[in-house]
Ligand binder design. Structure first.
Ligand code: NIG
Ligand code: FE
Length: 407
């Protein structure tokens, strides 16, 4: 058995407020933790640590948190869209640009044209970037292929990334991102292809299915049909809803038994209560709200008041938010969405794991995966306060440590 002890941790932020631990994040000061074969085996105060003579790592009084979970990304794509950003700065809208043939379709064209090798190399650099920020689990969506062949290509690249990098990478099929330009006059046929050709071919490569429900994308009824089919293939459901208008996304997510619903900028109390009752995790994407402009953000306070579990993710994509920084997103959630620092830190760890249906990570507890991020910071709040700065000192994934520090 491989056993490792990490000692000299100034603050172990367990994300579990059990008795004797400090605050809503369950902090243990001057802590140690032991890992047996990739799983956490002992957690506590260093003075109470049982005698141990295996590998010992010194955290040098850094703080240790669960590895960050980015539960919603579009990390595989070719091209970039700074030209559209410039147009938006001059008054054009995101949806106007999309209606004129740009937006998601411009990334679809670039991604269709790109080789697997190019997609793998560019997405690999983004994964490296995320690892360097303490991200240990990443969800990645397809959705820039929009033909059977190109969606397969994306799903296979996601599979290659999962093999190549130590982060735990989970794929989601987003064939219903937009209706591709060539099917604009015959959307029924494209939806038939999604349900009857793409889902059977791709379901074995991914663990979930997502649909973008919005004017200019898919309707509620189309989403219900696609999600019903996806569930027959054993896929979990995530949804993009209520990003630019109130489309009753919370209620829809509850009705289709979604694991998570993302964006929710325009969701109302009815939708929030439906999500709370059905146990749908809200994935809030502060960077997307920030970067598309207009000042609209999800009402996180109301959502939490309704009892909704709230996660935070980067939504990294080349259109609405080309940032790979979960902590920066958590800072925006605090300043613009009314979340407390504690809620925001839970949003990028424990609750983000729950948005992927994963309860074996996101907290530091006996029996959990040893996915850890170590930061050179006086406390966990400093990470949000110094927005945009990267304080990572080391990362451990499934008990293996690599790069950047002693972990
Ligand atoms: O999550 N809303 C839909 N999809 C992405 C944007 C994709 C793009 O603009 O390329 C999002 O914001
Ligand atoms: Fe998204």
């Amino acid at each position: 058995m491989k056993q490792t002890l990490i000692k000299n941790i100034s603050r172990l932020v367990t994300m579990n407020p059990a008795s004797g631990r400090k605050g809503p994040l369950g902090v243990i000061e001057r802590a140690a933790l032991r890992i047996d074969d990739g799983l956490i085996a002992w957690v506590g105060s260093e003075t109470e640590c049982p005698k141990f003579d295996g590998e010992v790592l010194d955290a040098h009084t850094n703080i240790v948190m669960p590895g960050l979970v980015d539960c919603h990304t579009h990390l595989v794509h070719a091209g970039s869209r700074q030209g559209e950003f410039k147009l938006r700065s001059e008054g054009k809208s995101y949806q106007g640009i999309a209606a004129a043939g740009g937006g998601i379709m411009s990334t679809v064209r670039a991604t269709r044209d790109a080789s697997r090798e190019k997609l793998l190399a560019e997405a690999g650099a983004r994964i490296e970037n995320m690892l360097s920020r303490g991200v240990t689990t990443v969800e990645i969506k397809t959705g820039y292929g929009l033909t059977l062949e190109d969606e397969m290509k994306m799903a296979e690249v996601i599979g290659e990334l999962a093999k190549k990098y130590p982060a735990d990478i989970r794929g989601t099929f987003l064939g219903a991102h937009v209706v591709p330009a060539e099917y604009r006059g015959n959307r029924e046929e494209y939806i038939r292809i999604v349900m009857e050709e793409m889902l059977p071919a791709i379901s074995g490569l991914v663990s979930a299915c997502d649909v973008f429900v919005e004017e200019g994308a898919y309707t509620r009824d189309e989403a219900i049909a696609i999600c019903t089919k996806a569930k027959e293939f054993g896929l979990a459901i995530h949804l993009h809803v209520d990003q630019f208008s109130d489309g009753g996304g919370g209620k829809l997510a509850a009705e289709v038994g979604a694991l998570s619903a993302s964006h929710l900028d325009y969701s109302d109390g009815v939708g929030m209560r439906a999500m709370a009752d059905a146990g749908v995790v809200a994935v809030l994407l502060p960077g997307a709200s920030f970067f598309t402009g207009g000042g609209r953000y999800p009402d996180a306070r109301k959502m939490i008041g309704c009892g909704v579990t709230t996660a935070i993710s980067t939504d990294y994509n080349p259109g609405t938010t080309p940032s790979l920084d979960p902590l920066m997103n958590a800072s925006i959630a605090v300043t613009q969405m009314g979340m407390t620092c504690d809620e925001a830190l839970l949003g990028i760890t424990k609750n983000a794991a729950l948005a992927l249906g994963l309860s074996d990570r996101g907290t530091i507890e006996v029996g959990q995966r040893a996915d850890l991020a170590m930061f050179d910071a006086p406390d966990e709040y400093y990470l949000l306060y110094r927005y945009g700065e990267n304080c990572l000192a080391g990362v451990m994934i499934g008990g293996d440590h690599r790069g950047g520090g002693v972990l």
